[in-house]
Design a binder for this molecule. Structure first.
Ligand SMILES: NC(=O)C1=CN([C@@H]2O[C@H](COP(=O)(O)OP(=O)(O)OC[C@H]3O[C@@H](n4cnc5c(N)ncnc54)[C@H](O)[C@@H]3O)[C@@H](O)[C@H]2O)C=CC1
Ligand SMILES: N[C@@H](CC=O)C(=O)O
Ligand code: NA
Length: 815
């Protein structure tokens, strides 16, 4: 025989009660199950509020009317008119009684815990009477049972202690004579020796189910709720949290202790003692198999079973020389707190015995403080102890699992995930059971921390990269297209989910904690975006406080650069195709790298040189492996390469420049390409990566433009100037052709000196054979001395550049 307990949401509406009836039809085998019910969702809280309102001489009548109306509405919806009267009458009697009790509380301005229990009992009594009557439409043998009469307790109202022996006898006797009935039992309520109503405390209906299960040696106890069982983490915090198929009792205890509100641990004791499995099921998703909590639960290969948290706690720290070697000191402290009913959530003690840190609910913190000040007055005055202080605004995160004991490296993984995401750990406690490691951290970091830890431990599951993008131009747009196309592949083959959480251009910005749908990002940005404000964008990005964040700069602007340091220091990786940052002052370039290293995040800029070609990466690998760069020779302007490769026949120079611009090879301002500035930036970045502390002034640039082109005040003027100087460019071309040569704009780094020169090269030169927007770079190093290491290929264009940015983003995800 099974016990089926339905929680508040499962009896909360006509719809859910209909679902409940269907579940009963399915679950009802040869033996009748026993059905335990909670009050309709929210009713217990309302009853409590009404009771307190009555005591405070405030109005409660409206609330009472609402509670009554909710019950009546369900009855009118689910019962045919002819069957409504008997149950409406019964409920009306309950509500009249309740009104009388509330009126007395109101008159006396007094609310004892005994009266409070009596008031609360109407929640379960009303719901159970209601549901059992509705059940009569489906089952001939439905019977209402006032569970209070069978569960006998002491008189500790609000949290009564069960007299197990007596209770079990009463339940068994009752069941013996009612086996043939489908019993609907009120959860949560019980009664003392005098027959006065008591309640079983938090999670009381689950407890009722476990008591009945224990008394009758049930096969299993099913807890029907509104979620898919126990999850690996709170799904409101971790979108990817998933249901656990099995847990041991201890794991369930540990998980519920910190947060997971699905069941309340003490309720399980009767089931635990008799080895009765508990199954958590979902009334609203009957296909969900359930989470099984049982003895000998499959260890499974999950290193941890879940992550739980307490949103808000306070800590107190007691330290001082007076504690060293003083046996019984912590005993004195904790028996004091327990005597005063202050629940200590967790404790950490330093190995030197010099200090004890413990966590309590914020509402208990000041009381704990004053108790300590009183108890240890002498020690405090003698400065043998430091005066303790309360620290607020903290949370607890705990990882839980029996496998932890056997698996090395669990805590390393935990701390690494937190550290990498810039989460500062205030204190650490490992349960003596080794089933749980808890850390205390700032409340502001909790959500990020839980996500980071979830990603770290379930990395064979999907990892999410949260991406924030600046720039929706040539490169930005193409990147979004590529991301959208590739997402299914990444999810399937790399278990990686890339989510764009924010986007901005110069006009508009849009951030969304649920991510942006890339299928219509343009429309969303246009219609839902707010006015762009870079500082605000960064602020909102930081405030989202997400794990695994990447900030992507796809602009050609100076403005984002000033935020890089702040972003890196906030433990957010930076990916940029914008060369301005790395080619400004050397000190800034160094600062970016140092900040990334210090905060355990990445700073990637592969597309700063040669677009998607693996140039930065190659140079980095050479340097890391101890090679020394002797010389770099390179063609690094895709635009100029394209121009020289297509400036043929009777074509005019400025027309070819326009073509390069239309093909997306040039900088937003093509003057930056033609005047050598873009090339200079690339050479400077390469030189720096090769270990030279150079500045812009150290790069010698031979211009290929006549003076009035260089002086053009705008892009249109620039085109006019190039057209005017057509002869100049034609001459260059002719002269090269005369010697069977081609024009090449070549950069060279040698002995720490950088120069960019316009050259005419013949077919003996390795850079002779280039086409399209090709870049070529040759590294002559200690190891590549006879023949250099060469990278060659298209070095400009939206597709190849966006692909390079994409690869950098994915590389952040790989770490
Ligand atoms: N075209 C190419 O082949 C390559 C380009 N790059 C780099 O890619 C970057 C982007 O180039 P394009 O997409 O062609 O430029 P673009 O002019 O088409 O787009 C730039 C985008 O940045 C936005 N933007 C500018 N300032 C901003 C700010 N302060 N906040 C937010 N958004 C801002 C603009 O609104 C625009 O959406 C440049 O830095 C360029 O050097 C790098 C390698 C190759
Ligand atoms: N405008 C640049 C694009 C790549 O950085 C170029 O032409 O090389
Ligand atoms: Na590159």
């Amino acid at each position: 025989m099974n016990i089926l307990k339905f929680g508040g949401t499962s009896v909360g509406s006509a719809q859910s009660i209909s679902a409940l009836m269907e579940i009963l039809k399915k679950e009802k085998g040869d033996e009748n199950p026993i059905v335990v019910l909670s009050a309709m969702g929210g009713v217990t809280n309302t009853l409590l509020e009404m009771a307190e309102n009555a005591r405070n001489a405030s109005d409660y009548a409206d609330q009472l009317k609402q509670v009554e109306a909710r019950h009546f509405e369900v009855i009118r919806t689910l019962l045919p008119a002819g069957a409504q009267n008997p149950v409406l009458t019964k409920l009306k009697i309950y509500f009249n009684e309740l009104e009388d009790i509330l009126q007395s509380v109101y008159n006396l301005r007094e609310l004892s815990s005994q009266t409070k229990d009596l008031i609360l009992s109407y929640g379960e009594r009303c719901s159970t009477v209601m549901v059992s009557h509705i059940a009569c439409q489906h089952f001939a043998n439905a019977l209402f049972v006032n569970g209070a009469e069978l569960i006998k307790t002491d008189s500790n109202f609000g949290q009564a202690k069960v007299n197990t022996q007596l209770t079990e006898t009463l339940i068994r006797d009752f069941y013996e004579s009612n086996k043939d009935k489908l019993l609907f039992v009120t959860g949560f309520i019980s009664s003392n020796e005098e027959g006065r109503i008591t309640t079983l405390g938090r999670g009381g209906s689950d407890y009722t189910a476990a008591i009945w299960g224990g008394a009758l040696n049930a096969q299993e106890i099913q807890i029907w709720t509104d979620v898919d069982g126990m999850l690996t983490a709170d799904p409101r915090i971790v979108k990817k949290a998933f249901s656990l198929p099995e847990l041991s009792y201890i794991e369930a205890m540990e998980l519920s202790y910190f947060g997971a509100k699905v069941i309340y641990p003490p309720t399980m004791t009767p089931a635990f003692l008799k080895k009765i499995p508990i199954v958590i099921k979902n009334t609203f998703n009957v296909d969900f198999e359930g989470t099984y909590i049982k003895h000998g639960a499959h260890a499974s290969n999950l290193p941890i079973k879940g992550i739980s948290s307490i949103d808000e706690i306070s800590i107190l720290n007691l330290s001082g020389s007076g504690m060293v070697g003083k046996a019984g000191f912590s005993g004195r402290l904790f028996s004091l707190l327990s005597r005063e009913q202050i629940n200590v959530v967790l404790i950490t003690q330093s190995s030197s015995e010099h200090s004890i840190t413990f966590a309590v609910k914020p509402s208990d913190a000041l009381k704990a403080l004053s108790l300590i000040n009183k108890e240890f007055e002498l020690e405090l005055q003698a400065r043998k102890l430091e005066y303790p202080e309360v620290e607020n605004g903290l949370s607890v995160l705990a990882i839980v699992g029996e496998n932890m004991k056997r698996t090395p490296g669990i805590s390393g993984k935990l701390f690494n995930a937190l550290g990498r995401n810039g989460v500062n750990i205030r204190a650490i406690a490992q349960g003596s059971s080794e089933y749980n490691i808890s850390v205390i951290l700032s409340r502001a970091d909790l959500s990020k921390a839980v996500n980071a830890v979830h990603d770290a431990f379930y990395s064979d599951l999907k990892k999410t990269l949260n991406v924030f993008c600046l720039g929706t131009g040539n490169i930005g747009k193409t990147l979004f297209q590529q991301l959208q196309n590739q997402m299914p592949f990444l999810a399937k083959n790399n278990d990686l989910q890339v989510k764009v959480m924010g986007v901005s251009n110069t006009r508009k910005m849009y951030l969304n904690p649920d991510g942006l749908d890339l299928a219509n990002w343009e429309e969303t940005l246009e219609t839902q975006g707010e006015q762009a404000d870079l500082g605000e964008f960064i602020k909102q990005m930081k405030n989202m406080n997400l794990a695994n964040c990447v900030f992507v700069d796809n602009t050609a602007s100076h403005n984002p650069i000033q935020f890089y340091l702040d972003v890196l220091q906030s433990s957010i990786s930076v990916v940029t195709c914008n060369k301005i940052g790395n080619s400004a002052e050397y000190d800034q370039y160094v600062a970016f790298k140092q900040a990334a290293r210090k905060h355990g995040v990445d700073f990637y800029y592969e597309t700063n040189v040669g677009a998607g070609l693996p140039i930065i990466r190659t140079l980095k690998d050479l340097m890391l492996s101890g090679d020394r760069i002797g010389r770099i020779e390179a063609i690094l302007s895709g635009t100029i390469s394209y121009i020289f490769n297509n400036f043929k026949g009777d074509r005019l120079f400025h027309e070819v420049v326009k073509e390069a611009q239309d093909l997306g090879y040039t900088e937003p301002d093509p003057r930056d390409d033609l005047n050598g500035k873009d090339f200079m930036r690339k050479m400077l970045i390469l030189a720096r990566d090769a270990g030279y502390a150079l500045e812009e002034k150290d790069v010698a640039i031979e211009s290929m433009l006549p003076a009035d082109c260089l002086a053009a005040a705008s892009v249109p003027d620039f085109y006019v100037a190039m057209e005017k100087n057509a002869a100049h460019f034609e001459n260059l071309k002719q002269e090269a052709a005369k010697g069977n040569k081609v024009l090449r704009y070549i950069g060279k780094l040698e002995d720490g000196k950088v120069a960019i020169t316009l050259q005419m090269v013949d077919d003996s030169h390795p850079f002779y054979m280039l086409s399209g927007s090709d870049n070529i770079i040759s590294f002559t190093t200690d190891r590549y001395k006879e023949r250099p290491l060469v990278v060659k290929g298209p070095g400009a264009g939206a597709e190849v550049t966006a692909a390079g940015v994409f690869a950098d983003i994915i590389n952040v995800g790989k770490r």
